[in-house]
Write a protein that binds this ligand. Sequence first.
Ligand SMILES: *Cc1c(COP(=O)(O)O)cnc(C)c1O
Length: 349
Amino acid sequence: MLPEKVLTTAAQEMLDYQGTGESVMEMSHRSKEYQAIIDICEELFRQVLSIPKNYKVLFLQGGASSQFAMIPLNLMNKSGKADFVITGQWATKAYQEAQKFGECKAVASSKDKTFTYIPELDADTFTKDADYFHICYNNTIYGTRFHDLPQTGNIPLVADMSSCILSEPLDVSRFGMIYAGAQKNMGPAGLTVVVIREDLLGNARPECPTMFNYQIHADNGSMYNTPPTYAIYIFKLVLEWLINDIGGLDSMKAVNEEKAGLLYTFLDQSNLFKGTVEKKDRSLMNIPFVTGSDELDAKFVKEASANGFINLKGHRTVGGMRASIYNAMPVEGVRRLVEFMKEFERKNG
Ligand SMILES: *Cc1c(COP(=O)(O)O)cnc(C)c1O
């Protein structure tokens, strides 16, 4: 979902952006009008996430999936080693892609139980001279998240935050780099945001393509080539909504906790539905649940969809259902879903 206010504003400004006589989609990315949009976007993002001055913000393309290669191309540059925690499909893809470039170690995995928990980590097993340590902070498909960060010492911690960025406050200084595809919590598909500590720039591997080199994008203010201009504009509107209408990340977190709380509380006392994830590792954004019967699951998804609750089918590797309650989902949306689930339980339980 995107906030309704964002879509309304975009619609109002579609044909004529603030008296310029053109749509944002028509602007030259080198125009002063567009420069103002990208500058404000970065400024608001820095403000809302409290990004320290020694971090660069990059607006890129290629999705979070391109980062799986860009990270090793830029950061696997000394020992050629990196550590990974395998907590789901995206974490696995990051690990597999990096193997093309160097020596990768899976320090822990929760694959044995279909990624329904975050594995315990033992710092003694970490690679002492790793170039970076990679985690997927929130596991979109399985509905788990890290509540404690790995203690990696001087090894830069790199986190895929695609499905949780801006859902709550974050201490960016704990990370060497964070990255996220925009389409879950920031805006439309087509924009990928990277936040990277400056000292990690400038040492890309020699074979790193120009367009994959973070330093190139940092030096050019994300304008080495044409950036995803319209997606950045929508991201700016989302940030304005987050600041002016929600009140920043503390308030966003409170709203998200209320939404997740409604659903988890119901799941914990339901006789029909049950959550699939270990309680201590539950995500604030993605909540998978099952009835225990494939037939009833299918019936629920079908009836839910007919009643306006769409996209509730679980990922094909997990089955069941998954409610993705990103920032823009209002509390009322979750309340109605829980009402609908109660009703379904009464009829089918
Ligand atoms: C959706 C998602 C991705 C894939 O993002 P793309 O932008 O489609 O490449 C990667 N990681 C996580 C955690 C995701 O949720």
